[in-house]
Design a protein around this ligand. Sequence first.
Ligand SMILES: Nc1ncnc2c1ncn2[C@@H]1O[C@H](COP(=O)(O)OP(=O)(O)OP(=O)(O)O)[C@@H](O)[C@H]1O
Length: 243
Amino acid sequence: MTENVAVTLDGITRTYKSRAGEVHALRGVTHTFVRGSFTAIMGPSGSGKSTLLQVAAGLDRPTRGAVAVGGRPLGRLDQTALTKLRRTSMGFVFQSYNLLDALTAYDNVALPARLAGQPVRRDAVLGALQQVGLDGLARRRPPELSGGQQQRVAIARALHSSPDVLFADEPTGALDRSSGRQVLELLRSVADEQGQTVVMVTHDPLAASYAHSTLFLADGQVVGRLDRADATRIAAFMSELER
Ligand SMILES: Nc1ncnc2c1ncn2[C@@H]1O[C@H](COP(=O)(O)OP(=O)(O)OP(=O)(O)O)[C@@H](O)[C@H]1O
């Protein structure tokens, strides 16, 4: 069974201590992200979506509970091993593309591997750009690309290391509807055609409808899940949560 599992969250609690007291961002989240699945995470503001993504990706440690990626418990890894696992098994895409304007699309995609001192294969970089439909624009710099194209370069950069899991935090938040649709179709194909696992935080029911399933959080807990739902059903579930 475990080979079908990409990420497991087991009883995850994340408590932040602030001057005003404790904030319980996650309160006992248990979930399995199956390999090749595309899951959207939705929930009201402050419900713990970003915290969940950060903890699942090993960017933040849970206060209690265990996270495993590809069967490897993150809690047992030291910082060096965790960094290595993140570099080889996980990709990240954010609302802001975080590209370097001075570099071409090609060099932006190659940069993480170069920074890690790894050899960069030209065909792998071009392959990642081709996967996002931008192989003809490899020599353009970000200011010469549209927002949607820049986000696709950011996705190519995340896919370049062939990660098992792609984590995306509001990847279409800054895009118009048509560019957003292209990015979402791309994320869907990453799961359907490449068998990679995609976990995406979004506020947009239409964006979530591209995923195989949507997980709903409220007050740091999983309060619902819809599979293969359209945007109307997802929006209706969200309105109930926000009442
Ligand atoms: N570093 C931190 N220190 C203290 N509290 C934090 C910290 N990060 C997040 N929180 C709190 O934890 C809770 C969950 O935050 P989180 O960012 O995960 O929610 P979210 O669902 O992603 O929200 P949004 O949709 O507004 O981005 C919130 O109450 C937030 O204020």
